[in-house]
Design a protein around this ligand. Sequence first.
Ligand code: GTP
Ligand code: SPV
Ligand code: MN
Length: 593
Amino acid sequence: MSSKLEALQRWVDEVAALTRPAQIHWCDGSETEYRQLVQQMLQTGDLIELNQQTHPGCYLHRSNPSDVARVEHLTFVCTKDEEDAGPNNHWMAPADAHAKMDALFDGCMEGRTMYVIPYCMGPIDSPLARCGVEITDSPYVVINMRTMTRMGAPALARIEREGSFVKGLHSTGELDPERRFIMHFPEELTIKSYGSGYGGNALLGKKCHALRIASYQAKSEGWLAEHMLIVGIENPKGETHYIAAAFPSACGKTNLAMLIPPEGYRKDGWKVWTVGDDICWMRPGADGRLYAINPEAGYFGVAPGTSDGTNPNALSTIAKDTIFTNVAVTADNQPWWEGLPGTPVTDWQGRPYDPANGPAAHPNSRFTVSAKQCPTWSSHAEDAQGVPLSAIVFGGRRPSLVPLVFEAKDWAHGVLVGAAMGSETTAAATGAVGVLRRDSMAMKPFAGYHYGDYFRHWLSFDRPGAKLPKIFHVNWFRKGEDGRFLWPGFGDNLRVLEWMIQRVEGQAAGVDTPIGTLPAKGELQLDGLALDAHTLDTLLHVDHAGWQDELAAIGEYLHSFGDRMPQQLHAEQQRVAQALDDAADAPRAALAS
Ligand code: GTP
Ligand code: SPV
Ligand code: MN
């Protein structure tokens, strides 16, 4: 072992002394290693073989029923100073957190194999990429990390070159919700996770490293780590605009990243290219534009709702070599979830399907698959320098008030729009579903430091020479009085993206309103869509009284972060509130529809 890897070896020895595994396996990321792990997991029942005729290389994993989502109430950011974690995070003093976790890890791997997983987040030769090492006793974590990251020998070589890496220690423990914690020590570039084998709790490269630790690093290094998809939209002239979009968990990132253009668009030559579906790291390039990479190598996507009608690209992506977690199965052993044709016979817990027990697939059931299997995988997804962004989009599940799309006036207004984001909660985290909460930039569960400092960092990108993307807000989830979605969504969302691109290119005038610029009449391309005039009016209406209340609530929200909230954001909130008050005095002048 070279001297540069001594620090890693020392840490592995320390962890082994604490957890006392029967053996240690250094993961090389090879196909042979993957096959061996799969065989072993088939024997232990950790994996169940699915129909290999219809789904070659596909397996099912069933989680413990108490362990099927992220656990925000058990997730902590442990900075020396409590203020640095901010009111947006749960905090514990680092010494207390280490003591608590080390007591849980004491002897927890006895009789088991400890896996050492070197991984790289981002293209292996990218200056924007960062490495980590996860130590885990879960073979399920190993096979998922192999798909989700660049795992193994090349990552180890980069760690040896750079000498620095994020340390992640994980054990599934007893899967006891009372003995489950996800702890982050951003100042030590360290993660400790115990008691869960699920997704974001256990695949430490994803939310723990690539968002919580990375957002903290990004603040001091001048970049951004965000909960965003990255998609390329190619117009009929062959020009591609890249768009990054932040929607909260289970609010449409994977779907937008893989969208299939409506028929008319396809005929005209529009194409969509997928760069990333969950996480985006971006930094300013020499030309002043923001450049983005996808730090991940795979998708850990929501299964329910994925169908030929909604996301055919995802469906063909997961036709082979995919791990399914907590889906149902059909009589001929195919994976099944709500939204697919056919009928389930066995539910996600392995019980005979009975509608009285709820959905057959868990609402947060997922697929893990290599990004390269996506038919629309972008040839630029591996570009070391990343792709230049034309637009940043914020959005959430807002059943009322928030129009289909609006554009922020400038960067500072855009930061306010992102900070003010609200969305109904989903099954991606434990707790009540469908409750409206603020989820600034879709980072409420993931910002590794104080939101006030985070917004200040965002504002700091607006500096001389910067050629920043335009910022938009969308809402695919507006509901009518009958409770149905007003906007068709999915592929038809391209209509809204096209308007954004026209705005970027200076080709759409839009209509100014106090909350931002909306499409003018006729600017949204709606050919081939059965959308009546009344629905369109509702989707593009700015309800002044409703927005006055919303701005008051946003003002209170900003104040809840105390002194660290930048004055500039308060000023933006006051500017928009004032514009709404002024418009209320002269209502006709400023209405969008
Ligand atoms: P995470 O992986 O948890 O971060 O989720 P995500 O943001 O990638 O969400 P995803 O694309 O998987 O979508 C989650 C759910 O929202 C699925 O059930 C989709 O069918 C649904 N959905 C996605 N896009 C749309 C849309 O445009 N309209 C409507 N009505 N539903 C959508
Ligand atoms: C999310 O919840 O935003 C996800 C799934 O993408 S997890 O990896 O569990 O965080
Ligand atoms: Mn996510």
